[in-house]
Write a protein that binds this ligand. Sequence first.
Ligand code: SAM
Length: 344
Amino acid sequence: MIHPPAQSPADPASQPDEPDPQGRHITVLRDAAVDALRPRGGGVYVDGTFGGGGHSSRLLEHQPPVQLVVAVDADVDAGPRAVRLTELAGNEGRLRLFHRNFRDLGQVVAEAGVPEVDGVLLDLGLSSFQLDEGERGFSFRHDAPLDMRFDQTGGITAADLVNTGTAGELARILWMYGEEKQSRRIVAAIVREREKTPIGTTGELASLVERTVGSRKRSPTHPATRTFQALRIEVNAELEALSAVLEAATVGLAPGGRLVVIAFHSLEDRIVKRFIEAASRTCVCPPDAPICTCDTIPRLRRIGKAVRPAPEETAINPRSRSAIMRVAERLDREGAVADQGSRA
Ligand SMILES: C[S@@+](CC[C@H](N)C(=O)[O-])C[C@H]1O[C@@H](n2cnc3c(N)ncnc32)[C@H](O)[C@@H]1O
C-alpha cells in the first residue's frame, strides 16, 4: 500500500489557480530573497527560475554591480522577457538566459564558463504568466488543452498521462502529489471516461472531478485543485528536479555562497529542509556509537529560520501566502565557515 506523505496536506493556497487579482506576475519575496543571497560586487549568481525576471532584475540593480546573472528557465516563453529586461536595464552581457531544466544546473554553469557561483536562487513552481495563459493548460479557469508542461518543446503532457497512465499509476500520483483522499474514485472515473473518449482539456478533467467528488461547500478551492497540482508535479518531474538542483547548486557554490529556495507547498519544502539538514550534519555515526568515526565534513550551514512573506506582501499578492523561504551557506572544504572578508 502506498502511504501519502506524512506531514501537512498540500496547502490549497499554493495551487496554481490563484491568480493575482490584477492578473500580473508579482515576484514573491523579491527583496528578501535577493538580500538573503548577500550579493557582492563582481559576483556571479544563478537565478534558476527566471520566470518574469523579478529576482534577476533586482540582482542586476544591486550596487556595487554583480558581474553576471546566469538565468535558467525551462519555458521558452521566458526568452522574450529576458531580452526585454536586458534592453530596459541596459544589462547587456550581465544577464544570460539558458532554456534548460534547472536539474542540469552543473552543465549550465559550465557552459556559462564560470567555475563557481556566489549564489543560487530558486523560486519554485509556475509563474502567473503561465497560469494566465490559458493555452498552457495549468488552470481550470481556462478551458484549454490539458498540457501543463513547463517546457513546451518536449516530454509528456497531462493529457498523455491521464489517457495512458495505468489506474495504479494515476492513483499513486494523485495520492502522493495531490494528497487527494478521493484518488481512487477520481481515477476510476477517469478510466471510465477515457474508455469512451480521451480526456483532452482542462475543462473536461475539472468537470469530471467535480462530478465525481462533488463540490465541497465549505472549501474555498475547486474540487479538482489537488488533481491538477498532482498531474503538474508528475508531468514536470518537479520533485526529482528539485532534489537534483539542490545537489548541483551545493556542488557549484563557492565557499560562503548562498542557496536561497522559495517553495510553495509542503512536499517541496520538506525536500529543501531535509536536504539542508543532511548537508549540514557533522556526524552520521549511529546514535549509540561511543565515538565519532565517520569524518563527515558538512557542506552547508543553515542561515536563520524559514521565512514567510509579511502580511503586507500577502495582502498585495495572495499567491505569496504559501511561500516559505529557506537559506543555507556553503562551507569551505574543511567544513568551516568561509572567511567573509574575502567576499566583500
Ligand atoms: C515562480 S516562477 C519564477 C518567477 C521569478 N522568480 C520572477 O520573479 O519572475 C517559476 C519559474 O520557474 C520555471 N521552472 C519551474 N521548474 C523548472 C525547472 N525544473 N527547470 C527550469 N525552470 C523551471 C517555470 O517555468 C517558471 O517560469
